[in-house]
Design a protein around this ligand. Sequence first.
Ligand code: CU
Length: 143
Amino acid sequence: MRSPRRLLTLASLLLAACGGADSDRSAASGDAAPAPAAAAVPSTGTVIEITMHTDEKGNYFSPAEIEAHPGDLLRFKLVQGVHNVHFLPDSNPGRTGLPAASAFAQLPGQTIDVPLTFGTGKFYFQCDPHAALGMVGRVEVER
Ligand SMILES: [Cu+2]
């Protein structure tokens, strides 16, 4: 059984650790002044349409592999089924600023817009309920 004194010691160690991290962060943010500017990616006006399907071939995005540029817009359009779009953090390790999982599109013609404002490189997305059935895709964003 732990004594209250030992718990107190652990708590103060944790607090000390957090305090250290905070001071590191504020020091780093002083150097990282351009960070907010980097988040503001101007729109290119290009709309790339990806359709979402449920049919005899299964559940899928079409196309499932896309090439794009920063500032392009991915427009996921429902053809049939019930689908969403999720840039799952586990599929995109080390990435920040990924869009949150979208709501579900349920009516044919409904669209989910994803502006490509979160960096360059390869990004993987999925439809959450159908990912295990292969409803996954990839966008390669290049300058
Ligand atoms: Cu789906």
